[in-house]
Design a protein around this ligand. Structure first.
Ligand SMILES: Nc1ncnc2c1ncn2[C@@H]1O[C@H](COP(=O)(O)OP(=O)(O)OP(=O)(O)O)[C@@H](O)[C@H]1O
Length: 589
């Protein structure tokens, strides 16, 4: 699927949709008190900062000519107080808004992660994980700033603009109009440059998302890269993606700078025009203190306009990011409890596949009219060629994917009609990828049953012959293993994962290549422990090494979208069919 690639851009250019901002309002609404307080702090800080030029005007026009030193000192004290007030309220606002911004990040991330944990295997099959990370980390960061500071700043800048305009008009109406004459010119520049600027920043975000996706994939596959000496080729791909980031970043900076340069130019022209009009056209009727005060306001007048135009961009980008975030939050949990789902009662372990049809992509069927009935306590092995569908069959029992057709029943209960928790908590699954989490070995074995005692953990490890190597490690069961268990051998990882599966004391056990990396001697020992454990449990065992499944009650040879052969080891050998060929080939080897 096209989106599962690190070099395919996401479409961020979406029409402004207020719906997303309104939905984001639910996150902002939780902090309305702090937001309102910040607005008050901001207003006080801005108003205090604007008093200065008026005081300067009064000082130059009145106090100095009248040599009223008392008033001049008073004006200086008031000015100092205004500056201190402005700084203090500004700081209080910043402190407040930082916490609001982080609260919003926290809330959105929490909801998103909760949702990610519910999304089915299919979702993760389809997307580069680096891009998911970009949404959870980068997009949420960008959005939080727009939702917290952005909204406050928007209100504040409008307030600032009105306030500055009022202060200017109080100073002098005619010169104020000269300053305001530059506004249409600025709007024109903004309208021309802003769309390009927005697209440029979206490009930056896309290219860094692609870089993240590739980086993530490369880190995951680093050992293979080094084994195949692909470092140079990979460096070239990374370099290309990195250059894309560099190029788009420079372009975005360039377009952003265009706005600054334009605004700077316009403001210089306007202030220049104001001086010319003030000193020549209006001449003697204009006092120098008024011109100085007005020029100070004129410089400030442009700042909120520029900030508003930047905020416009921030909001447009935020809406695009919000759309991507909400798209992920709205990603349907296709494998979920049905509205009328019931709890699966404690099962005996009968598993029935009834006319099951399954396709991953909706076009090619992996299984067709698959029928099977496994009795409680029966052990069933699945063998067959690579890619025949063995893992698919066992994944369907845990409902990791929805069926395309037919039914899977546990003790007669349709698994699509029971809650996932009650279903999966009765299953013990050991997937092909024996994933080890960062933490201790004890934590890893206890992963599926948090209330298990240390003794139970050790007992499970002993059963799968993991106790010996664990005890030999420097910290025993409390040895820290790195993420993915990189400090354990592949076989040791399998043994830990095996113990984890057994500890959950399942009614149905699924072992997908559980012992493929374990040496033959240990495997035989594991087998003995396993035989005891399999008693009373229904088990599905996938193994390419046929010696490990010879004793299973039934062996299914999976091929051609179904069961090609079925029977005990002895029966299948006697039949001299596909299983016989597979087995004799292995024995000869
Ligand atoms: N997530 C997926 N999306 C699309 N197709 C898939 C997916 N997983 C497996 N397939 C396809 O479904 C078929 C059956 O795969 P499955 O993993 O069940 O085979 P298997 O018999 O377990 O193979 P192996 O012995 O190699 O583990 C394969 O052709 C495979 O390409």
């Amino acid at each position: 699927m096209a989106r599962n690639r690190f070099d395919v851009d996401e479409n961020l250019e979406t029409p402004f949709n207020i719906k997303h901002l309104l939905r984001a309002g639910t996150y902002i609404g939780r902090h309305k008190k702090k937001m309102a307080l910040s607005l008050v702090y901001s207003a006080v800080s801005a108003a205090a900062a604007l008093v200065g030029p008026l005081l300067v005007q009064r000082g130059i026009n009145v106090s100095v000519p009248n040599k009223d030193w008392r008033e001049l000192i008073l004006l200086s004290v008031v000015m100092l107080a205004a500056i201190i007030t402005s700084i203090m309220f500004g700081r209080a606002r910043s402190k407040n808004m930082i916490s609001v911004g982080q609260d919003i990040v926290y809330d959105i991330r929490k909801d998103l992660f909760a949702h990610l944990q519910k999304l089915p295997f299919q979702f993760y099959d389809d997307r580069p994980h680096g891009k998911i990370l970009t949404r959870v980390i980068n997009y949420i960061n960008s959005v939080s700033d727009a939702l917290s500071n952005g909204i406050i700043n928007f209100v504040l800048e409008i307030f600032n603009l009105i306030l500055i305009a009022v202060f200017m008009l109080i100073c002098d109406v005619r010169l104020s109009l000269v300053v305001m004459a530059g506004v249409p010119l600025l709007l024109l520049v903004v309208m021309i440059i802003k769309p390009a600027q927005r697209r440029a920043w979206q490009d930056v975000s896309n290219k860094s998302s692609n870089l993240n996706a590739y980086l993530h994939e490369s880190l995951d596959g680093m050992k293979i890269t080094q084994a195949f000496t692909r470092e140079e080729e990979n460096a070239e791909i990374y370099d290309r993606l990195n250059k894309n980031c560099y190029r788009t970043w420079m372009k975005a900076q360039y377009t952003s700078n265009l706005i600054w340069v334009s605004v700077d130019n316009i403001s210089v022209w306007v202030v220049g025009a104001m001086y010319i009009v003030g000193l020549t056209v209006l001449g003697p009727s204009m006092q120098i203190g008024t011109i100085i005060a007005l020029s100070s306001y004129a410089w400030r007048f442009w700042q909120p306009l520029l900030n508003l135009s930047n905020l416009y961009n921030t909001f447009i980008n935020a809406v695009a990011y919000l759309e991507r975030i909400f798209e992920m939050m709205d990603e349907p949990v296709t494998v979920d409890d049905a509205p009328d789902a019931t709890e699966l009662p404690p099962i005996k372990g009968q598993v029935t596949f009834k006319d099951v049809v399954f396709s991953y992509d909706g076009t090619v069927n992996v299984l067709e009219n698959f029928n099977l009935n496994v009795n409680p306590g029966e052990s069933v092995a699945l063998v067959g060629p690579t890619g025949a569908g063995k893992t698919t069959v066992v994944n369907l029992i845990s409902r990791f994917y929805n069926l395309t057709g037919g039914q899977v029943l546990l003790d007669g209960h349709d698994i699509s009609k029971v809650t996932l928790h009650s279903l999966r908590s009765q299953m013990g699954i050991m997937l092909q990828d024996s994933f080890i989490f960062s933490g201790t070995i004890m934590d890893n074995i206890r992963y599926g049953r948090l209330d298990a005692t240390d003794e139970e953990v050790i007992e499970a490890a002993k059963t799968v012959c993991a106790h010996e190597f664990i005890s030999g490690m420097e910290g025993g069961y409390n040895t820290q293993v790195n993420e993915r268990g990189s400090r354990l051998s592949q076989g040791q990882r399998q043994l830990v994962a095996f113990a984890r599966t057994l500890l959950s004391d399942p009614k149905i056990l699924v072992l997908d290549e559980a012992t493929s990396s374990i040496d033959a001697k240990t495997e035989r020992l594991v087998q003995q422990g396993l035989n005891a454990l399999l008693k009373g449990r229904t088990s599905f065992i996938i193994a390419h090494r046929l010696s490990t499944i010879k004793n299973c009650d039934r062996i299914l040879y999976i091929s051609d979208k179904g069961i090609a052969e079925m029977g005990s080891h002895k029966e299948l050998l006697e039949r001299k069919g596909k299983y016989y060929q597979l087995y004799t080939a292995q024995v000869e080897d």
